[in-house]
Design a protein around this ligand. Sequence first.
Ligand SMILES: [Ca+2]
Ligand SMILES: [Ca+2]
Length: 154
Amino acid sequence: MLLTVITAVCVLSMTQSAFAQTVSPRIQGMYDTWQDAKPLSNSEIVGLALTSANDVDWLKWTNDTGVTKYVFASLLMIEPDNFTNYNLDFTIDYPDGNSTGPMPTPDSGPGSTNPDSLSWFQIPPNATVYLKVYAKEGAFSAKTYKLYWGTQDI
Ligand SMILES: [Ca+2]
Ligand SMILES: [Ca+2]
């Protein structure tokens, strides 16, 4: 895969500087399946919360720009603590019908300031990226998480 790995700290600093602080309203009990995934714009900071240990949130972005784009995502807890550890998985569905299937991003936490991140994947036109946010076993928290999402020209 065409993947460039940079450090999570670098991703975080870039995302914080590159985007307006537009935080979505906190919505619980939604986006529980990939079919019901929350659509993402080309750059967005989403603030959501899981409602239970078994809750998951799905988000998606379809590349309708007509050109290949880099994408990245970083998952952070607004209030890191000693037990919170959410994970971020991703799936890329390509227009020819192929799919990566669910792929984990590098895990960080609890207590880590590094986010779970998807770093600068190339997404061709008409492909869709699905993101899945979920709590590791025993790591559920009612606190809000933030998902930084961005796209960039190649
Ligand atoms: Ca949900
Ligand atoms: Ca994690």
